[in-house]
Write a protein that binds this ligand. Structure first.
Ligand code: BGC
Length: 406
């Protein structure tokens, strides 16, 4: 992803309305992606700032008027429930909360999960189009199928948003909501380096794993962590023990790891690209009686098993992507488009290059945080992302006490 901050992304059409803004703007029509008729001239358009969302969802209440102006279903398509717990643990509930906080009723939005099946996702999209949906958010299983789903939706007059994963080669007229995924990868790399020091690892022999190559994010994450690790490999302080083919399937990650480790017993650290892959790899380590704080692993998503592995010393940290921010950003953007309004530049604050299409996609990024035992209490726990009773259950209780989490 080449991305750039884009504070002044206003089209000529929107500029006319935007110049009159203080906290609200007079109405203007979107120049693209609008699925429903433009709102009435008397309407006020709230200027939501991407940095203003909070864990209590209060910012969404500013959007109740435009939620009332718009019409048609907002449909969200999530990819699976097995490559990360995030889709069930965070995305679906937070998206629901965001739409409801803006005043949408249960029949005005729908969140489906394709359970890893491309055809299921297409069928879910077709059903939404047939029911008169006006906005489609797609977290694709791969860019090819995502682009086909989105093109069909655009042809039927829907506005489309790539959710979390960029749909390379998707329709020209769309938006993207995510995190800066190269920076997510950099945090994984930096977290690994800090952990190697903290756990006193002599002669790091690092296996570099990756997510599914069909996911554009996996490529960006790797770009991020390699930018931190390559200098270590080059100066000889770390050994690059291999870069096996990527996957998001935890069982496949475990098999790959086990094969590599069996072939090269010197491997003593592994970049695992998300918490669920890490959890599968950690099961292999535990089976082989590897102790706590000896074999660094990494991750992202702040999944419950990931957080517990961090507390018990089997994972260095996780990139916490506060999905309540991503969900509110996506929901807000969808509500502007549904009302036929141009989203403000305070919300759409970046661009992302679609290398296949050769255009920059207007984007909104939320900000990720590297979480270890030290800051887990003040971040994930304080945000209410996990229940302390669940996090600190059983064996994890002592580690929670030590980390000051109660
Ligand atoms: C998401 C990650 C997730 C992975 C596997 C990526 O596109 O950004 O949060 O862990 O897919 O589902």
């Amino acid at each position: 992803m080449t991305s750039s901050r884009k504070p002044f992304m206003l089209t000529a059409v929107f500029l006319t309305g935007a110049l009159a803004l203080t906290s609200c703007s007079s109405d203007s029509t979107a120049d693209g992606g609008a699925a429903s008729p433009a709102a009435s001239d008397s309407a006020m358009v709230p200027e939501i700032d991407v940095a203003a969302f909070t864990a209590d969802f209060s910012e969404m209440a500013k959007l109740t008027d435009i939620a009332a102006q718009g019409s048609g279903l907002i449909q969200v398509l999530l990819p699976d429930t097995t490559t990360s717990t995030r889709y069930v643990q965070y995305d679906a509930p937070y998206l629901t909360q965001a739409f409801e906080a803006a005043g949408l009723s249960a029949d005005q939005f729908k969140i489906d999960n394709a359970q890893g099946d491309v055809q299921t996702m297409q069928t879910q999209a077709d059903a939404a189009i047939a029911s008169g949906a006006s906005v489609l958010l797609v977290d694709p299983l791969d860019s090819g199928s995502g682009a086909a789903i989105e093109q069909k939706a655009v042809d039927a007059g829907l506005a489309v948003i790539d959710y979390d994963r960029l749909v390379l080669g998707g329709p020209q007229d769309r938006y993207y909501v995510s995190f800066d995924n190269v920076s997510v990868g950099e945090k994984i790399g930096q977290g690994m380096v800090e952990c190697v020091d903290a756990w006193g690892l002599a002669d790091p022999n690092l296996l570099v794993m990756a997510g599914d190559p069909k996911d554009n994010n996996a490529k960006l994450f790797k770009e991020g962590y390699m930018s931190v690790l390559d200098p270590k490999f080059t100066d000889g302080s770390y050994v690059n023990a291999g870069e096996p083919a990527g996957t998001w399937v935890p069982a496949d990650a475990a098999t790959t790891f086990e094969q590599q480790w069996t072939a090269d017993g010197k491997i003593n650290a592994v970049v695992t690209p998300n918490d669920d892959n890490a959890n599968a790899v950690i099961a292999v380590l535990k089976k082989n009686k590897i102790g706590a704080e000896t074999f660094p692993t990494t991750g992202q998503d702040a999944s419950l098993p990931g957080l517990q592995n961090i507390l018990t010393g089997f994972q260095c940290g996780t990139v916490y992507k506060p999905i309540y921010l991503e969900a509110q950003t996506a929901a807000a953007l969808a509500l502007y488009l549904r009302a036929g309004l141009e989203p403000p530049s305070t919300l759409v604050n970046a661009t992302t290059a679609d290398s296949e299409l050769g255009v920059d996609i207007p984007s909104a990024y939320a900000v990720p945080i590297w979480v270890t035992s030290e800051n887990m209490g003040e971040t994930v726990v304080a945000d209410g992302a996990v229940e302390v009773a669940e996090l600190c259950a059983g064996d994890v209780q002592d580690a929670c006490t030590e980390a000051g989490i109660s």
